[in-house]
Design a binder for this molecule. Structure first.
Ligand SMILES: [Zn+2]
Length: 572
């Protein structure tokens, strides 16, 4: 049975024909040509044109999302895979090209002056940026960049080790790091590091190629330095390079000492003289893993209950997702790994995909994706597609806040109060752990792209020097080369340059929502919901401000937030 074939579409089309055929570009192109050649003399004509373009993009994006969802839900079906790749090659690439022309047409339309200045300001800013960065000579370079990125993914995805008499992927090997048997953990860790190490020189070479393609792209677009180009490409209108550098300083001052203290405690609990890299993920008291649920229906029921305690509205949203088949949560054979939330842009409904197996982190994953899903419900009535999607820095505030707010009601899954505290503690420790790693990955990239002529050896030395700034207390003695190249496992450095600090920015926002909820749960949720409803129609600082949180990720913001987390941890 095909999934998602019966989704209600409550927002009728007025421009795109109901029977639009996605088999070939020639059926879709006339709609773009129609828009490209339409007269835009009056305010009404221009407005209608914007809504029609938006509707067309919604329909196309939903088709892409559906094909992606169906493929990831059944990776054994080659037809589903072919349908998705056909869409990418036949439709997506061409849409980018014609849409650039539509954006130019809109920006040149004199009738824009007749529109109220503020209504479309945020969209205009984004369009102007796209058009300013667009260079035809960069198209083949971008294709080359994405092919090189795919080489990284293919290589990393193909790595396996022979362990415990069977071939295992590196992902599967991750589980061993939570097992109480120390020798087994050590052997598993070494097997993974050894396997990755055999690709070391290949990965360095691949990264050098990516670096030179990126330099060329930036130069073509008129930038001396790729970092300046990347900040524009990522639409960082509301914060600067200096803000990111201040974040690094803040993490060094306010987070690193805290994480090191936490690891010191871990070392003592484990009864060790030295903490080694294979001692970082195991439960320090060697307890068996938590078991919040056994069937996926229980996970959903539990989250319905938790959502309802956060807000009655959220409970209804989740119930309707369940009833409409918008949840695909169980771990099955032939399902892609990981979890994501995807929006069906025409129906304006969310879809959640994950691989739940009954472990503690499954509950957090679902709460996280639900935060994204509630964001989709929040913007349902916005006509302009562009304004239904917030910038990533705020999208992750939506999801990470739900993890923290929902985390107040973990007794739903853990009637035993000690287990609920343990889950909560693990969550907050993860929140702290990730911040220095994000700062390190970000600081590394700032150095790489401002020192483009560096060699492999200098790059390794610089990465190691960042361990002194941001690293933990674990001892890498005997694995120096592995440590100098431990950045190889961070996909973002290869595939999505500079895109990572967003998660830290959002996490600091979510912590503030949670701190607000301690003063008044109800008003914190009301402000959170009001900010979600603004979608992408405001700047990032405005979205934060509507949620009654500060958009600032420098030292003065970090310190009180870290104190609050440390205080909470001391009560758990
Ligand atoms: Zn997310």
């Amino acid at each position: 049975m095909e999934i998602l074939n019966n989704i209600p579409h409550a927002f009728p089309r007025s421009f795109v024909p109901m029977d639009l055929d996605f088999a070939e570009w020639k059926y879709i192109e006339p709609l773009f040509l129609q828009l490209e050649h339409r007269v835009l003399d009056t305010k009404e004509e221009l407005q209608q044109w914007l809504y029609d373009r938006s509707e067309l993009m919604d329909v196309i994006n939903e088709e892409g999302a559906l094909r992606y969802i169906r493929m990831t839900c059944n990776t054994a079906d080659k037809e589903l895979e072919a349908a998705y790749f056909h869409f990418l090659e036949e439709i997506s690439e061409r849409v980018k090209e014609v849409d650039d022309r539509l954006k130019r047409k809109y920006l040149q339309a004199l009738s824009r002056q007749l529109l109220p200045a503020s209504t479309f300001a945020i969209m205009d800013r984004s369009f102007e940026n796209d058009v300013a960065l667009f260079r035809e000579e960069n198209l083949p370079l971008e294709t080359e960049e994405s092919k090189l990125s795919q080489n990284y993914q293919k290589l990393m995805g193909s790595l396996t080790v022979q362990f415990e008499q069977r071939e295992q992927t590196l992902q599967q090997m991750g589980r061993y790091q939570e097992m109480p048997d120390r020798e087994l953990r050590e052997a598993a860790w070494k097997a993974v590091v050894e396997r990755r190490g055999r690709e070391r020189e290949k990965l360095e070479g691949l990264f050098d190629q990516l670096l030179s393609v990126r330099q060329a792209i930036a130069h073509n677009a008129g930038f001396d330095c790729y970092r300046d180009y990347a900040f524009k490409r990522l639409e960082r209108f509301d914060y600067s390079i200096e803000d990111c550098l201040r974040f690094h300083e803040g993490v060094e001052a306010a987070v690193v000492p805290l994480v090191r203290r936490m690891e010191e405690r871990r070392r003592e609990d484990l009864g060790l003289d030295r903490l080694r890299p294979w001692g970082l993920n195991v439960d320090p008291l060697n307890r068996p893993p938590l078991k919040p649920f056994s069937r996926v229906e229980e996970l959903v029921e539990g989250c319905v209950e938790i959502s309802g305690r956060v807000s009655p509205l959220f409970k209804d949203f989740l119930k309707s997702m369940r009833d409409l088949g918008l949840l695909n949560l169980d771990s099955r054979k032939d399902k892609a790994p990981g979890g994501y939330q995807s929006s069906l842009t025409e129906a304006r409904l969310p879809f959640i995909f994950m691989n739940a197996v009954g472990i503690d982190s499954d509950v957090r994953t679902l709460l996280h994706e639900l935060g994204h899903a509630f964001h989709v419900f929040a913007t349902q009535n916005e006509v302009l597609g562009h304004y239904r999607h917030a910038p990533i820095e705020f999208c992750e505030v939506a999801s990470m806040s739900m993890e923290l707010l929902g985390g107040e009601f973990l007794n739903v899954f853990y009637p035993n109060a000690e287990e609920a505290r343990r889950s909560r503690r693990k969550h907050l420790e993860n929140v702290l752990d990730i911040l220095p790693w994000i700062a390190r990955v970000d600081a590394f990239q700032h150095w790489i792209y401002t020192h483009p002529n560096h060699n492999v050896d200098e790059r390794r030395k610089f990465w190691l020097s960042l361990h002194d700034r941001f690293g933990g207390i674990e001892d890498w003695n005997g694995f120096e080369l592995a440590q100098a190249t431990s950045w190889h496992r961070q996909l973002h450095i290869f595939e999505l340059p500079f895109y990572y600090i967003e998660y830290a920015i959002a996490q600091l926002g979510a912590l503030q929502v949670w701190i607000n909820s301690k003063k008044s749960f109800e008003s914190a949720v009301t402000d959170y919901w009001a900010a979600l409803q603004l979608g992408g129609s405001r700047t990032i600082p405005e979205l934060f401000s509507r949620a009654k949180i500060r958009f600032d990720f420098g030292p003065s913001s970090l310190e009180p937030l870290m104190n609050a987390v440390e205080d909470e941890l001391s009560h758990l």
